[in-house]
Design a protein around this ligand. Structure first.
Ligand code: ZN
Ligand code: ZN
Length: 110
């Protein structure tokens, strides 16, 4: 059985590995988290490679002109680049709940 204590011990075992190994790995990957964006409900942080699809949505957007475009909605502040629909709501790709687009932006004061 593993416990929190076991995990901690296991981690210390690897401290001899060079620390720059992790940084090098992160440099090569393109799926970086988008700074300042997170799901207001589950705190999931979307990455630059994540995409949303412009399609018909009932609650809560009530939009019936979906054009099928897939793009990163945070690159355009929620505007579909093809049909220019301004999405007021954005669904989370992890918890699948809808939140207002502006609520995805972290509030530094909050
Ligand atoms: Zn979520
Ligand atoms: Zn569209």
């Amino acid at each position: 059985m593993s416990s929190m204590k076991d995990l901690h011990t296991g981690r210390r075992r690897f401290r001899d590995e060079p620390e720059d190994f992790t940084e090098e790995f992160l440099d090569e990957t393109e799926d970086l988290e988008i700074p300042g964006i997170r799901c207001p409900l589950c705190k999931w942080r979307p990455r630059t490679i994540d995409t949303w699809v412009c399609w018909d949505v009932e609650h809560p957007e009530y939009f019936y002109g979906g054009c099928g475009t897939s793009w990163n909605t945070f690159a355009t502040s929620g505007i579909c680049p093809t049909c220019l629909h301004q999405w007021k709501w954005t669904s989370c790709l992890r918890c699948f709940m809808w939140s207002k687009h502006e609520e995805w932006y972290e509030n530094e004061a909050g």
